[in-house]
Design a protein around this ligand. Structure first.
Ligand code: TYD
Length: 208
């Protein structure tokens, strides 16, 4: 058992299967006796869940990119203060479905180059990177058709279409190179169990 706590994040394009992988990993680690907190962004604390509906529902042009950066960062700050930091301090494994890398991609790249702004605000208000990030890499078209197959109201980003998916996929792979010390890339274009096996191997190695 780890005493210092371990902060793991999952990233990937919409429909990459990362949420299922995060859930499966959490169950697996609990079965091995680890104390696991499974959480997600935007959200993961009461206040951040309220911000979630503001950013994920409504018209695609509801917010400017700059306003979105502020909203996602505000949600993240609350999540960090109330959920992530306390759990890590108690030595738990925190598994988070999306974190700051999603803001670097979605708000930092999709509507002009705002990556510098995202990073500045991150340094100022968050200042914490995950210990390890698992990128579930996925073909953009498959991801999009999976994401569209889900009925729901959280569609602001899915409405942006295939071009966005392609841009985000390339961006995530570039980010994995940029932060190669903490990123692990897993091929998501396979059945869920094979992907889960790779994820488990990677994470158990990190826990040792
Ligand atoms: P998520 O709930 O992970 O959806 P999915 O399970 O379909 O991948 O994320 C919802 C959307 O929020 C997703 O389209 C990406 C977007 N998002 C951002 O744009 N910026 C962020 O910082 C985060 C955390 C998410």
């Amino acid at each position: 058992m780890t005493k210092a706590g371990l902060f793991l994040t999952f990233e990937g394009i919409d429909g990459s299967g990362k949420s299922s992988q995060a859930r499966m990993l959490a169950e697996h680690l609990r079965g091995l006796g680890h104390d696991v907190v499974l959480t997600r962004e935007p959200g993961g604390s009461a206040g951040a869940e309220e911000i979630r509906s503001l950013v994920l529902e409504g018209d695609p042009d509801r917010w400017s990119a700059e306003t979105e950066i502020l909203l996602f960062t505000a949600a993240r700050r609350d999540h960090l203060e109330r959920t992530i930091r306390p759990a890590l301090a108690e030595g738990k494994v925190v598994i988070c479905d999306r974190f700051a890398d999603s803001t670097r991609m979605y708000q930092g790249l999709s509507r002009g180059d705002l990556r510098g702004l995202v990073d500045q605000l991150h340094d100022l208000m968050i200042g914490r990177e995950p210990d390890m990030t698992v990128l579930i890499d996925m073909d953009p078209e498959t991801g999009l058709s999976r994401a569209k197959g889900r009925q729901g109201t959280e569609e602001r980003f899915e409405d942006f279409g295939l071009a966005l998916q392609q841009q985000m996929r390339a961006g995530f792979l570039a980010l994995a190179d940029e932060y190669s010390d903490r990123f692990r890339v897993v091929d998501g274009n396979r059945d869920m169990d094979s992907v889960a096996q790779d994820v488990t191997d990677i994470v158990l190695q990190a826990l040792r």
